[in-house]
Design a protein around this ligand. Structure first.
Ligand code: MD6
Ligand code: FE
Length: 225
């Protein structure tokens, strides 16, 4: 609103705008990127992450094909995801420690539930949270998340640290992929008819994040069983 005899200030120009909800990108019929959704929880997420990693440190797993993954993994929740020469599987025990996986922190659960709900999947109760660490150069080949039983539940994926270029494909490996840049605090949800779409991560570019340094941390929540 312009007062008589004055020119509008920046404050005047923006005074009538309602606070904007965080941006959302729709990348499929039932797939969304909620920009910055994790940021309001970051001061609780990082200490909770550290506590989990103390009990279940990152490790570079070997795939059934004999390759050591460039992405380092850990897990929390009732089921952890492991791979070795025998295959991929969900397990209640961390093979590296012989102990149960760390409990899923309350703040992880809150974030997963609110993201799923925002995407139209109310009452999501994930029982598995994979934690992935990407250093520059690490990548994840196109794949489907299909080791779970409950395909009626979405995958919720949280990005922290340095950026990544996420690839979101179709139902065949050869389908075209969308390139989706993901930044610190972004949350991707894919479910329903999109649940089994191929996806991957391009090689991470060298960068430094003020809180997390030269790494990208990704949490993916699923209902495994
Ligand atoms: C991402 N991660 O890092 C997506 N899937 O943005 C995954 O799709 C994924 O990191 C299966 C196992 C590990 C992963
Ligand atoms: Fe995946």
């Amino acid at each position: 609103m312009q007062r008589k005899g004055t020119t509008p200030t920046t404050l005047d120009l923006f005074a009538d705008e309602a606070p904007q909800p965080p941006a959302t990108d729709r990348i499929g019929p039932q797939s969304f990127v909620f920009r910055g959704l994790a940021l309001p929880l970051i001061d609780r997420l990082l200490p909770a992450l550290e506590a989990v990693l103390t009990r279940a440190p990152f490790r570079n797993m070997v795939t059934p094909g004999g390759y050591t993954m460039s992405v380092a993994l850990s897990s929390c929740g009732q089921f952890g995801w492991t791979t070795d020469r025998n295959g991929y599987q969900y397990s209640t025990i961390d093979p590296q420690t012989g102990q149960a996986w760390p409990e899923m922190p309350q703040v992880f659960m809150e974030l997963a539930r609110s993201a799923a709900e925002a995407a139209g999947f109310a009452d999501f109760v994930p029982d598995a949270c994979l934690i992935n660490r990407y250093v520059p150069g690490a990548k994840l080949a196109l794949h489907q998340d299909k080791d779970e039983r409950g395909y009626q539940w979405p995958v919720v994926s949280v990005s922290l640290g340095i950026p990544a270029m996420f690839l979101f494909g179709g139902h065949a490996r050869s389908d075209a992929t969308q390139k989706v840049p993901l930044f610190h605090g972004d949350v991707v949800v894919w479910g329903g008819e999109d649940r089994l779409r191929y996806h991957g991560v391009m090689p991470i570019r060298q960068a430094e994040h003020p809180q997390l340094g030269e790494q990208r941390i990704n949490f993916t929540f699923r209902k495994a069983r």
